[in-house]
Design a binder for this molecule. Structure first.
Ligand code: NAD
Ligand code: TYD
Length: 367
């Protein structure tokens, strides 16, 4: 029997990949609700909209009347909330939209879902998409990654880490930026709606995603675009901060499993077990793009205020309860991603020629 997903924020990077995965699986009706902020790009779903495989609703998750009407009309079995302001640097410049969408928007969606259930709506799961950034950051203990025996055993491949610690699903919340603070607030609200009102909420917290359709303000697509345009590569600080990278398909499979099998009230973490220092990742991108001359354009710029040092995830709960495993190897996943951006230059160029250019100037001219 087919089921209906309401995917909020479905025109953004991860939402687009999730929608495409649902359609490939073939047994879902998909409704996308998205406000089309600077980060929402309907062009990524152009063919799916044109041939009627998804329904698009243009609107804000903080607009209660619109969300109520959408739930009443499409009667979803699952709500998956990707809608968010998602860029840390923007939250440093102006935190307010992060509170409006990530906190108030999520609370509005939760309230509307609650009313939908109260009026007979059969909601299987409300999946709140969160981030490992709610846990704050970890220390960097080693100059080069050291093999972690426990995680290597669990993954069945060698896992090497820059530090002794990793985040677990129940690690304490210590957000550093207005972005991560707003996501932590939304998580607490979602869990409160589970405990107080019995809403079937599940939370997913994931490390840094990479893959097709990512807005070129984030590290990987920004660096690639600059490499291909022969522009300077702005590395924050000394480039020594460490991120764990997960292919967006692995994240999306985790989200679907959390929707289908997740325990209401549970928090699942997902990671790629692929830590990289930013500067090393930039060199990998240069090598994969076949532009060695770009190494000369690496430019160390002023650091991000409050810049988190390191993220690392232990996804044991998702592995044990959901049967999830990351499938993508980082090296080949990254090379495939580089090929995608090189083959889809018009997709990036249309973004870069728009309002993104003003934002770019504002962000980088004073560094
Ligand atoms: P994105 O910025 O690419 O996309 C966000 C989408 O939400 C856009 O389509 C935008 O138009 C839409 N949106 C914003 N405000 C809205 C509102 N008020 N109402 C309706 N739609 C609105 O973000 P992303 O990278 O796809 O991230 C999606 C989710 O995953 C976010 O919640 C983010 O916190 C989380 N996350 C992202 C990463 C990552 O590496 N990108 C990692 C972990 C978690
Ligand atoms: P980003 O992609 O913004 O993700 P997040 O801040 O959520 O981890 O940044 C990834 C890392 O790359 C982060 O440590 C900041 C750094 N960075 C740069 O060095 N230069 C850049 O131009 C950008 C956008 C990020």
């Amino acid at each position: 029997m087919s089921r209906t997903f309401l995917v909020t924020g479905g025109a953004g990077f991860i939402g687009v990949n999730f929608v495409k995965m649902l359609l490939e699986n073939g047994d879902s009706n998909v409704v996308v609700l998205d406000a089309l902020t600077y980060a929402g790009n309907l062009e990524s779903l152009r063919s799916e909209i044109q041939d009627g495989r998804i329904t698009f609703v243009h609107g804000d998750i903080a607009d209660r009347a619109l969300v109520d009407a959408t739930l009443a009309q499409y009667r979803p079995d699952y709500i998956v909330n990707f809608a968010a302001e998602s860029h840390v640097d923007r939250s440093v410049t102006d935190p307010r939209p992060f509170v409006e969408t990530n906190v108030l928007g999520t609370q509005t969606l939760l309230d509307s879902a609650r009313a939908y259930v109260a009026s007979g709506g059969r909601l299987e799961k409300f999946v709140q998409i969160s981030t490992d950034e709610v846990y704050g950051d970890l220390s960097i203990d080693f100059e080069s990654p050291v093999v972690n025996a426990v995680l290597s055993e669990k993954l069945g491949r060698q896992v090497a880490l820059y530090g002794r610690e990793v985040f677990h699903h129940d690690s304490p919340l210590r957000p550093s930026s207005p972005y991560s603070a707003s996501k932590a607030s939304a998580d607490m609200m979602a869990l409160a709606y589970h405990r107080t009102f019995g809403l079937p909420v599940v939370i997913t917290r994931c490390s840094n995603n990479y893959g097709p359709y990512q807005f070129p303000e984030k590290l990987i697509p920004l660096m690639l675009n600059n490499i291909l345009e022969g522009r300077p590569l702005p590395v924050y600080g000394r480039g020594l901060n460490v991120r764990d990278w997960i292919h967006v398909d692995d994240h999306c499979r985790g989200v679907l499993l959390a929707a289908e099998k997740g325990r209401p009230g549970a928090v699942y973490t997902f990671g790629g077990y692929s830590e990289r220092r930013n500067i090393d990742l930039v060199h990998e991108l240069i090598a994969a793009s076949g532009h060695p001359e770009a190494a000369d354009t690496i430019t160390y710029v002023g650091d991000r205020p409050g810049h988190d040092l390191r993220y690392a995830i232990d996804a044991s709960l998702a592995m044990d309860e959901l049967g999830w495993r990351p499938r993508h190897d980082f090296g080949s996943g990254l090379r495939a991603t580089v090929r995608w951006y090189m083959a889809n230059r018009p997709w990036v160029e249309r973004i870069v020629s728009g309002s993104y250019r003003d934002y770019y100037t504002k962000m980088y001219s004073n560094r």
